[in-house]
Design a protein around this ligand. Sequence first.
Ligand SMILES: [Zn+2]
Length: 663
Amino acid sequence: MPSHNRYNARELFETPERDWPCHDHEEFILVFDDGAELITNTYRTQVSRKLWLPHEEYKQLGIYKRHHIGNGPLSNGKIQDVQSAIVEDVHIEYGERGYNREELWRAGYYSTNRLYDDSIVEYSEYIRGSSSFDFSDLYEYPPIKEARDTAIREATKIAIEKAYDTVKLVLERDPKLARNVIISDIRAGLLKMEQLLQILVVRGFNTDIDSHVYNKPILGNYFAGIHDPGEAIMESTLAAKAIIFTGAPLEQTEYGNRKMQFTSAQVDLLIMNDCGSRVMSDILITKGRFKGLDGLNYLDKQSGKFVPLRDSDTHLIDTVQSFRTPFNCAWRHHNCVCRTCYGLLAYNVPYGANIGHIASTMTQSEISQQVLKVKHSEASAASDPINISEEERPYILPGAEPNVIRLNPRVEKKGIKLLLRSGARDGVINGSKLPILRRADVKDGMSAARFSQFRDVTFEIPSESKQPVRYHVSVSRGARTAYLTEQFLKFFVNGNFKIHDDGFYHISLENWNFDNPVFELPNRHGSMKDFAAEVEGMIRSTRDSSNRHLGRLKQLAAYDDPTEALLDLYETIAVKVPVHMTHVAIVMTSMMVSKDRFGDFRIPPLGEPTRFAKYDHVISGRSMGPFFAYQGGRKLLETIESYLVVDRPQHLLDPLLSPESTC
Ligand SMILES: [Zn+2]
């Protein structure tokens, strides 16, 4: 093996490219300012150098290995990683006050432009195209063909998933395919794997416009075409869905975002100083939370100082640390958050920016993106498993199939009764059709879904001294409402249960076989639209829910402990879209009001007991600026009660309503 030449990154940086000592295709050892080395080549170093515009301005800034694009695929993510490493290193080497952040960002922006503008000219001879032959080669490649044929022969969910996994591995790893253009694109992260799988394997399970998962998979694919008329019709609903989703669902989601922005903007400025708050949130750092906590300050027990949590602190996973959080900032009642409570993200916020607006867009924009991208995010649809919370588990448990619920056997031992509402209510039929159910109707293969529908059911627990205690347990998930299974209907007709005066069927469960499922939910793929509505409902606390109701989603207003609310809200959002705790915490701060002072909707000072208010109260009890931008502003002016709220905080939108006022 020929020995490599050694070049110094700093020297290459300072020399015009035409005078570089290395030739065009040379592989060499590049030595960085800190002595680190990397075996790389001329082109990769030229491309990296385009990103080194900040180094021209900031001469003290070293050139490090992490400022180089390295040897892997050059994705957008890689370019961003390099740029953020450069920004961070300027911050470290120049200190907070030693550089102008906005100028540095501009240099970063120009360097991206330079990279894209120059590269397409300088490397034009390397630009390749792809043709259907490239796809054909992959389509006929024996391991892929074999996996596809098996999936088509078996036509089950498991077989399709298995074929996807096999083909995915081939596409990602198989060295024999390395020269295929499609393969280099997929390995560079430029193509979406799910889409390529739909082209090469089978289209898989698809959903109807109401998110119902079709029972049969589409066994055609996008390369050979979908020729079966039934499959073509199932496939076409995806396009229909995309059209529907760009209409009302997107409008609703976007309107939801706007509503959130009105209240969130109450948290206005970031103060680049430390408020000195000693109120902290004890958070167990789990793997799932780690990314969302990046840069937040926690109390380092050894030094007694606040230090930011960083990517490299993986050893802190599974420990509890005390974090500074925006809602515990001592300046929150000034509608401000300090740098220490905000975390390292503070250095990414432009001077004077409204951090509440940033927080709500950062939490919400990705969700609307996903609503819009419905067509692309549904690879092969699977029914979402039913989540059963800790509080619900004493009563209900997941069944053998992902869409059924059974009862916890402990229910029977305690003599607990199942109460089913007999009348229709709020658009749900409940048990109103059960009286027409005849023994003859209940037979194998019947359509059980026709006879009942429940959003929640009640369990009655006997109590010796007083009235029995009732617990309501939700058996619906999002838009999916449950119905009684065939087995339970059989039990029901044989039991001759009657409606009591309270309007409920009281069902004692002595002879019930607890292994059988009681409730079944329609097979549905959770849509982003439902998800957006869920998040919005949680933050705005739109749904009334009594404490006894053990529904899955607790509303923000029902939380006493902000940290608990933060973690729940974060986890609700983060399952589907990436979000940062700082932003979630700021959205929450904007909903905080005093627990004691009635009719005062300002964000209370630290130390005062707080609660989370409902959105409608917050927006009508604060400044009129956002309310007039919201809806029905005039009505509020005509309501006498609104004149009782005299302490109203300023809002960013006030000058729009009253241009004379100074803000
Ligand atoms: Zn603070």
